[in-house]
Design a binder for this molecule. Structure first.
Ligand SMILES: *Cc1c(COP(=O)(O)O)cnc(C)c1O
Length: 394
């Protein structure tokens, strides 16, 4: 795409299919393109903008921090990172935090921390049990940890030490445990796989296996954390506590911020083990503080849960009307099985009609609206979705 004012797009490495649209502005639930068209956004940067586009509290926090101090270097303390670590520790079961910039980097840190703990406590055990269809990021180690179909041989050779079990099949996990195992790592709800929840029974079983064999339970809450599933963290709804947890996406409300959290007993990095130029910089941490204050405000999560149920109910009605499949997920992380492979077509038609959707797999749609979305926005999006589904199922 090229217009008089726009530079060409082919200077960018073509790593993903992008539609012929350039977005220039966002406001809450909506995005606006260079032609001035408005779109209701139910992707929100892949569950990143938990408070919607250009949320005033985040814009304000960033503007204030940008004029005060952007980056004194990770070799010094700064107030926003201390404040954010305090909020995370007060409101989770974990004891210490390391900040990073992406979900993959936080997960990479979790893998390193588990390996370090194995080195110190389990005769060098370093193997981690992960799951088929899981998604943990795009660094070499997190790609190797992931069970994403098609990644088996991409950028070979893989980082060794990851063995894949089947989600919600405890025996498949038990079979993989041996003396070299140090941890079990999973998403409470597999996001990229199509919003597949780990059952409460399975999570409790994993917790027992970890306790029995002295393994660390690592939860990747990069997608499910920070209010996305209706509670501050998804583990709160599953009856288990992780030993290590990672956050990303919603934590920064749109800016690159992630976190690795650990319980005291396994928070075993020694001086010089971990770091990074941008880790814990005050600019992004100020955004994180603004996000956390918003999520913790009276009634915010409760209201988001109600809106999530409203969306799920509306999706179920559409599924019933058109004979589609299951609606699943929690809070504002939902999926609709289409019962056919027309996800790509639905996404395209919806975009042309002013609704941005995501189809992580061809047979299903994933919904990740802003956590503060309104009933009228839900009604508006559902009206477009109904018409699009009517068109493709005709
Ligand atoms: C998005 C995602 C990641 C990777 O986060 P990036 O910020 O893209 O590196 C890791 N784990 C899960 C569960 C995710 O959804």
């Amino acid at each position: 795409m090229q217009t008089a004012q726009m530079p060409p797009t082919d200077n960018l490495m073509p790593v993903t299919h992008r539609p012929d649209v350039i977005f220039v502005r966002g406001e809450g639930a909506y995005l606006f393109d260079a032609r001035g068209r408005r779109y209701l956004d139910w992707m929100q940067g892949w569950a990143v903008n938990c408070l919607g586009h250009a949320a005033p509290v985040i814009a304000h926090a960033l503007a204030q921090q940008a004029t005060a101090l952007i980056n004194p270097s990770p070799a010094f303390y700064n107030l926003p990172s201390l404040e954010l670590s305090n909020l995370l520790i007060q409101h989770s079961c974990l004891d210490q935090v390391f900040f990073a910039s992406s979900g993959a980097e936080a997960n990479e840190g979790a893998i390193k921390l588990a390996r370090k703990w194995g080195e110190l406590n389990k005769q060098g055990a370093f193997e981690i049990i992960t799951f088929d269809n899981s998604y943990h990021g795009r660094t070499l180690a997190t790609m190797s940890a992931s069970g994403k179909p098609g990644w088996e041989h991409l950028f070979a050779p893989h980082v060794p030490g990851f063995h894949k079990a089947v989600l919600n099949d405890l025996d498949s996990v038990r079979r993989l445990i041996h003396a070299g195992t140090v941890a079990i790592m999973l998403e409470p709800i597999q996001g990229e796989a199509g919003v597949i929840p780990a059952t409460m029974e399975f999570m409790c079983g994993l917790r027992s296996l970890c306790d029995e064999h002295g393994l660390l339970l690592i939860l990747d809450e990069v997608q499910t954390g920070c209010g996305r599933t209706g509670s501050l963290f998804a583990y709160e709804q599953l009856g288990v506590e992780p030993d290590i947890m990672t956050l990303g996406k919603g934590l920064g409300g749109g800016v690159p911020l992630s976190a690795l959290l650990a319980k005291k007993f396994c928070s075993c990095f020694e001086m010089g083990d971990q770091g990074g130029t941008y880790c814990g910089n005050p600019l992004v941490c100020a955004a994180g503080v603004a996000v956390m204050h918003s999520l913790l405000a009276d009634g915010f999560l409760g209201s988001s849960r109600v809106k999530g149920e409203e969306l799920a109910t509306a999706l179920r009605a559409v599924a019933k009307e058109f004979g589609l499949g299951e609606v699943r997920g929690a809070g504002m992380l939902l999926a609709l099985e289409l019962g056919g492979n027309d996800g790509t077509q639905v996404v395209k038609l919806a975009r042309e009609a002013g609704l941005l959707l995501n189809a992580p797999r061809p047979h299903l749609l994933r919904f990740m609206p802003a956590l503060n979305t309104t009933s009228s926005e839900i009604a508006e999006g559902m009206e477009i979705l109904r018409q699009v589904i009517r068109t493709v199922t005709q």
